[in-house]
Design a protein. Sequence first.
Length: 457
Amino acid sequence: MDATLTSLFLLLPAVAQPAPQTAPADTPTITQADLLNRLIDLDRLYSPPAGERTGMFSSGPKPPAFLRTQADGWGVMAELSGPGVLTRIWSPNPQGRIRIELDETNSFELNFADLFNGRTPPFEAPLCYLADDGGHVCYFPIGFSKGCRILARDCESLYEISYVLFPPGTNVQSFARELDEPALSALDAVITAWYGSDAGKRPASDIRTYVLSNRQELRAGEKLTAESFDGGGIIRALQVSIAGRLPEARYLLHQFILRIYFDNQEQPAVEAPLIDFFGSGLTLTRFCSLLGGTDLWTDIPGEATPGNLYRITQESRFMYCYFPMPFADVARIEIEAPPNVHKARPVSLMLYALIQREKPPAGALQFHARFRREDPCAKEDYPVLETHGPGRIVGCVLNAASPQGGWGQAGAARIWIDGDRAPRYAGACIEGLIGRPPGAGRPVRAPANPLHGVTAA
């Protein structure tokens, strides 16, 4: 079945030299609290990856597919050497028992399903949960200093296990199910931030900022623009609302183009369809997640009357992005209307940007977003992104539209990193990329998941 596939990748390519691959002798220990704080530390996103190596183990599409099966009947799902952290475990159908062995002497065993059901501390919501449509996800970071193995018994589950390895010599606090006080405090902060994403709240910060804003009725080919003050800074929040009635033409908002230029560069660092950038896809669907969404409610000054109630309501409902976007000198934001906007029915947009006044640190990674479309997509492998140099991939939006009324969701995501011959990430199935189970029939209209979800189906 041919389908239209569009993709938007968010990434922060480095402009600095690659970091050293061995940790300095005086590197402090990475504690359980530090690993938890990484889940809400936005400044880490624009810091060069200091010798970290990321990857994933998976069952593949036809489990069981262990690395090997031991004589005692336990299958090895994942095996790592050196200091690191398990960052994500996903399964649509967890079965049997699993045993997690850390640093040779530290291990624990539980039912695979108990990792996700919220009844086994510290693996509790919102870091570990069963999604509304059946996908099981655990984001609780499990650290180790020397190595890690995950084994399973009586298990024929699909699974994906993501990890980060730190440079050799890094000291990492080995995970313990009973958390110390700093870890408990960090966990409370993560829970507050992640539950706050349901309401679309901007992450709290005490940094000095100023606001850029503009409102304009856009007709065919017209542009709304906003430009920062000179001197550098970081875009901390970017919000756009439709200040009036939603366009009636199908896919019209998908045809508006958002561009962001940094430091007087000729080519935009961000160039993408407006609503795709905020995670919504081909049509506007309302949802909230931790760093982006389309349903942020913000009070707009003005007294509501029967005549302006709808306008004020729409103006108060923003699409939002909280990915930090550093720039050394100046940033310019523009939104261009497509040529098919009816001249008698212009689209009114309001743009709001919160800018940090201080310059970013030297070597800060610059934010980029790239859009790609293939119509129809008849290839077995749809190439999403190819980029060069050190950096971080921080997000992906994938849309599929089929004129035949459905998409089989076959296949899996694969990622090659730094000249890999085999993919570093080879998923069990495409549903693993977005956290839902294979063959889920009903759409997920309001995922409210901080780090992943389905906005429409």
